[in-house]
Design a protein around this ligand. Structure first.
Ligand SMILES: Cc1cc2nc3c(=O)[nH]c(=O)nc-3n(C[C@H](O)[C@H](O)[C@H](O)COP(=O)(O)O)c2cc1C
Length: 331
């Protein structure tokens, strides 16, 4: 350890792990765990494959997007701690653990390191599955969100009306196919939580469903929905954005997760709400048809719905001690 290197304290490690654990994940499965590097100058991000969602996500694409989001939160928390952050994805190759390593050995080079401004948004960001107002996201903010995704090597595209209608139709089709598939439907329902829990989707986080059946929110509560608040009128033309990548490797999924979280936290800072419409990405042929025909060979990784409306309720998280591994001895 050099003179400028300071080992992460137990409190630092807990703050980092807590921040990582606040990330969004498919069905709030939280498929990650974190471990300090043996020299206590960094943090490893591991996949927890016992928390996979196999019917919806057989290839682990959404699992890696979720881990990418946790990784971005760790970057933000490290900046908050005044550390310079260097990230390596898959240091031992794709498919191996750890999925990523953060080198936090150096102090931040500036007094306001990148990401520190996003720190308060970590606890303010929630999925909002409520109807949004008929109010456009200002163009300047759209530009900032696009730039934020681009910094992570991911393309964010705010869809024009014909694109929105195409994506809504494909999402409705996928939602109906998931509902008709006994295995998938049962898996989704298993993540709905009627009792207090440390994971899954609590009733309070469910929104209404669209009275006019135009905005196909995921049917966590079954078809027809049970336990939900009454149907409501949703925005006339939802503002949908896709996140796309050139390739479709595990590293691209981690990048997508980082971009999603960077965009979502920045949106939160500006009072914008978001939720994910992922159903069409989960079925190969609807995912294929999600591609913009004029957009070339981009792989659609995620659909985000953006807008102004009520905040979503917080969903529970696992305890820090359950996601932070005990330190290993320095070698
Ligand atoms: C890859 C991925 C897919 C998701 N798909 C959906 C979805 O189809 N419908 C939905 O309502 N939320 C979806 N979500 C949001 C999660 O359900 C949500 O992040 C999780 O329940 C935690 O809640 P929070 O975002 O409020 O912290 C998805 C999130 C991720 C990362």
């Amino acid at each position: 350890m050099t003179a400028t290197e300071t080992a992460l304290s137990t409190a630092d490690l807990q703050l980092l792990a807590e921040a990582g654990g606040l990330a969004p994940s498919l069905h709030n499965s939280q498929p990650w765990h974190f471990r300090a590097t043996p020299d206590l100058l960094g943090m490893e991000v591991h996949a927890d494959l016992t928390r996979a969602v196999p019917a919806a996500d057989p290839d682990g694409r959404a699992l890696h997007i979720s881990i990418g989001a946790a990784l971005f939160n760790l970057r933000v928390a490290a900046a908050h701690l005044g550390r310079e952050v260097a990230v390596r994805l898959f240091p031992a190759g794709e498919g191996t653990q750890p999925r990523a390593v953060l080198d936090l050995s150096a102090p931040a080079r500036t007094s306001r390191p990148f990401g520190a401004d996003l720190y308060p948004a970590l606890t303010q960001r929630h999925s909002s599955r409520h109807p949004f107002a008929n109010r456009d996201v200002p163009e300047a903010l759209v530009g900032d969100l696009i730039a934020a995704a681009r910094e992570e090597d991911v393309t964010l595209t705010l869809l024009e009306e014909h694109g929105v209608r195409r994506v809504l139709a494909l999402t409705s089709e996928a939602e109906a196919r998931i509902a008709a598939d006994v295995t998938r439907e049962a898996e989704t329902r298993r993540w709905l939580r009627l009792e207090p829990s440390c994971d899954g989707i609590p009733l309070a986080a469910l929104g209404s469903h669209d009275r006019d059946a135009r905005v196909p929110m995921r049917g966590f509560a079954g078809h027809p929905p049970r336990h939900t608040t009454p149907a409501a009128r949703f925005e006339a033309l939802p503002q949908l954005a896709t996140l796309t990548t050139h390739f479709d490797r595990q590293a691209d999924w981690l990048r997508t997760g980082q971009a999603m979280e960077r965009v979502w936290l920045l949106a939160t800072v500006h009072g914008l709400r978001a939720s994910v419409l992922h159903q069409a990405v989960e079925i190969p042929d609807t995912r294929w048809r999600l591609r913009d025909p004029v957009d070339g060979p981009a792989h659609v990784q995620l659909v985000l719905r953006l807008g102004y409306g009520p905040p979503g309720a917080a969903s529970p998280r696992r305890r820090v001690e359950d996601v932070l591994d005990p330190p290993t001895a320095a070698g």
